[in-house]
Write a protein that binds this ligand. Sequence first.
Ligand code: ADP
Ligand code: MG
Length: 254
Amino acid sequence: MIRIWNAGFKYPGGFVLKPVNFNIAAGSFAVLMGPNGSGKSTLFQLINGIEKPAGGTITVNGSEVAALSDRERARMMGMVPQRSRIIFDYSVDELVSMGRFPYQGLFAGESAEDRAIIDQVIERLDLNDFRDRSIKSLSGGEYQRVLLARVLVQQTEVLLLDEPGNHLDLKHQTLLLNLLREEVGKGKTVVAVLHDLNQALHYADTGLLLNDGECVESGHPADFLTAGLIRDVFGVEMKEYRSADGSVIFGLNP
Ligand code: ADP
Ligand code: MG
């Protein structure tokens, strides 16, 4: 579904993302990991076509993303960026509804189908009680759920989520990850930045670990995450535990 071939990038400021090679199959959950400033969001900008790679190519469903129009991209990929500023004061319902814009004609408003999709997603993200609230009045986690709802109503084959668990409490993080797994089960492709390596181990089918603008490892996280690698890349001592089913869990080393 997503083919990243030798895609690198350089900011005028100096940071260099060295050429990345990574393929993500349709219907899989891919996770991007790495310390702050390692280049995860930069890689997202490339996948989403906001920035053009310096050399190499990125194709989604066979199309080179850099060559797609905004509208074509919006029908193919939905993205929740790591940071987004609230500029206008919409209600929760209004902001979520905007996710349907790529499907609506210039003057055609919302269809009954649009409304049904919006209502269903609002329900799934536990946002019913917030529907009419101003987005400016929400807590960080509530707002994050609104942004996730907006991208879900877009019903794209690909979801790009940069730190989607930001600000979410344990219940809503779990709800989100299970919901994403469900979407993946229906054939969607999810790419998410996750900081919790245990979540990456549990939920992802494939992953990429970045460090200092360089891809250090890729593949199934369980095949490469070790306490030694975590020490080298994150500078943290973690201990490997085994859960009852034999899978690895990383915990702080007391
Ligand atoms: P991550 O998402 O892994 O935390 P980013 O991809 O956001 O990291 O950033 C990688 C590096 O690129 C950082 O050192 C950051 O300061 C730098 N950077 C990010 N955006 C810009 C920009 N627009 N111009 C210059 N440097 C940038
Ligand atoms: Mg980032």
